[in-house]
Design a protein around this ligand. Structure first.
Ligand SMILES: Nc1ncnc2c1ncn2[C@@H]1O[C@H](COP(=O)(O)OP(=O)(O)OP(=O)(O)O)[C@@H](O)[C@H]1O
Ligand SMILES: [Mg+2]
Length: 256
């Protein structure tokens, strides 16, 4: 299978802290990866390094394609003043022309990309709403739409279900499944959610400075690999309430 991202012996210091220690990792196109590990384990650092926002102190990051057209990144902290007078449309627009400031004229092709992204996550009806007026789960969709607006092949999500209720969380995982099937996306999802994530993903990467494990969830279940990485009791069950990822088929055109 084709490789979309490859890290080779990557070391990253953040200030005085060694965040990534000799990380070698290959991500194949079309895979759904659950990135797990304790607080401070380096998940955010790894995602930012893949997204090109942090330069490794040592080692190499290879992306198959130009970063701006390959990668969509949804950060852990969405720093947006709730009173800032921007609409959902404005925020998603930032995703199509990063760096230009958002009060420039939108071309027809940009408008199409924005609408594509809004439709993909099912928030077309919220387009003119102020971002500050939305619920946490709705806001999350907006930030995913912003990341999708550049039509990336790889979506990086940093703990997107934090602070979201169970129903919204389940909907969110369903949305990711749909996006993967519709757009053949590759997804790297950083999460502490051991309840659901292992049943959803193709592979788990567990990181605590170094990569402790990179394997399908079935191979990790019932072993003490995660326990070692987290340094505490940690287990997951694959046969709980959450079924494995279901492949949805879409017969309608995506612009319907
Ligand atoms: N801006 C920063 N300056 C200095 N050190 C930092 C900075 N950001 C992170 N670190 C350190 O780098 C290491 C990795 O942090 P990182 O944010 O990547 O962890 P994480 O796995 O995303 O944690 P969490 O689960 O809490 O989000 C930690 O030791 C952290 O203290
Ligand atoms: Mg983090």
């Amino acid at each position: 299978m084709a490789t979309i991202v490859e890290l080779e012996n990557v070391w990253v210091w953040r200030g005085k802290n060694l965040a990534l220690k000799d990380v070698t990792l290959r991500i194949e196109e079309g895979k759904y990866i659950g990135l797990m590990g304790p607080n401070g384990g380096g998940k955010t650092t790894l995602l930012k390094t893949i997204a090109g926002l942090i330069k490794p102190d040592r080692g190499k990051v290879k992306i198959s394609g130009p970063i701006s057209r390959t990668i969509g990144y949804v950060p852990q902290e969405q720093r947006l003043d709730p009173d800032f007078p921007v609409t959902v449309y404005d925020v998603v627009e930032m995703g199509v022309h990063t760096g230009l400031g958002f009060f420039h004229t939108v071309s027809k092709s940009e408008r199409e990309k924005i609408e594509y992204a809004l439709r993909s996550v099912g928030i077309m009806d919220l387009a003119s709403r102020r971002i500050g007026e939305l619920s946490g789960g709705q806001k999350q969709r907006v930030f995913i739409a912003r990341a999708l607006a550049s039509k990336p092949r790889l979506l990086l999500l940093d703990e997107p279900t934090t602070g979201v209720d169970t129903k919204a969380r389940d909907e969110f995982y369903r949305l990711l499944n749909e996006l993967m099937d519709e757009f053949s996306l590759t997804i790297v999802l950083a999460s502490h959610d051991l309840e659901v994530v292992p049943s959803q993903v193709d592979e788990i990467v567990c990181i605590n400075q170094s990569v402790f494990v990179h394997a399908p969830p079935e191979e990790i279940e019932g072993t003490d690999i995660l326990k070692k990485a987290y340094g505490c009791e940690f287990e997951f069950m694959l046969h709980g309430r959450y079924p494995h990822r279901v492949i949805h088929r879409h017969d309608e055109a995506s612009d319907g």
